[in-house]
Ligand binder design. Structure first.
Ligand SMILES: *Cc1c(COP(=O)(O)O)cnc(C)c1O
Length: 223
């Protein structure tokens, strides 16, 4: 068994048997590393740069589900629109509009998550709860046939303080319930809470994560 297969197996053993999916975050790691995880049964991979994703997609099996997890510039949506299976970090209506436009060009409906800013770091992207409420209340998204809002995404603060991380995830979980009741009560497609990375995914699972995005714990540190 390769080291990557072993680490994947160890992580899978800690995930609930249903309700939580693993996104293997392969950014900065070569296609060969991704293929090792693929050979071990992994099918969902997360990338955060468009050019890097394009190159890897071209050399890897077609049944991989690619998730875009990073900050996405609207002018780059067109490159990934033909195939991307989930875009995790939508935080402006401008980006949402562009995803809709490009999805329709390719005859697709692309699933997206709305990114919330809950961490204390000022540099991270994402909306406040109020900005997200405003976007949803504005209602423009209701008529977008090219996008399906499938849930929420966040990153916790980079800290050793577990109770802080827990509170941040919990705030998004509560917000999910609010948004679900208000806008998506009849919409089973609105189902995802994307949170939890290598350092905090067990806490994230306790707080109801449905998608954990794990990179370095599978592929090793970024060099
Ligand atoms: C890099 C990254 C991850 C994975 O981080 P690890 O700590 O390596 O598990 C998850 N989510 C996002 C948005 C990332 O950019």
């Amino acid at each position: 068994m390769t080291a990557i297969a072993q680490r994947l197996a160890n992580i899978r053993a800690t995930l609930p048997s249903h309700g939580t999916e693993l996104v293997a975050v392969s950014k900065y790691h070569p296609a060969e590393a991704i293929f090792k995880a693929y050979a071990a049964g992994q099918r969902i991979f997360g990338e955060s740069r468009v050019q890097e994703l394009q190159a890897k997609k071209a050399s890897l099996p077609a049944d991989i589900k690619w998730h875009f997890i990073g900050h996405l510039q609207p002018n780059k949506v067109k490159y990934i629109a033909p195939y991307i299976s989930l875009i995790h970090a939508v935080d402006t209506s401008r980006l949402l509009n562009e995803i809709n436009r490009q999805a329709l060009r390719f005859g697709r409906r692309i699933e997206v998550l709305l990114q919330l800013h809950v961490a204390t770091e000022a540099t991270k992207f994402g909306m406040t709860f109020d900005e997200c409420r405003a976007l949803l209340n504005a209602g423009e998204w209701c008529s977008m046939q090219g996008v399906q809002i499938a849930g929420l995404m966040c990153m916790a603060s980079h800290t050793d303080n577990k109770s802080q991380i827990q509170a941040e995830f919990r705030s998004v979980r509560d917000f999910f319930d609010e948004i679900k009741a208000r806008h998506f009560a009849d919409c089973p497609a609105f189902r995802h809470r994307s949170y939890g990375m290598s350092e905090d995914y067990l806490t994230a699972i306790d707080e109801g994560s449905t998608l954990v995005r794990i990179g370095s714990a599978i592929f090793g540190d970024y060099s």
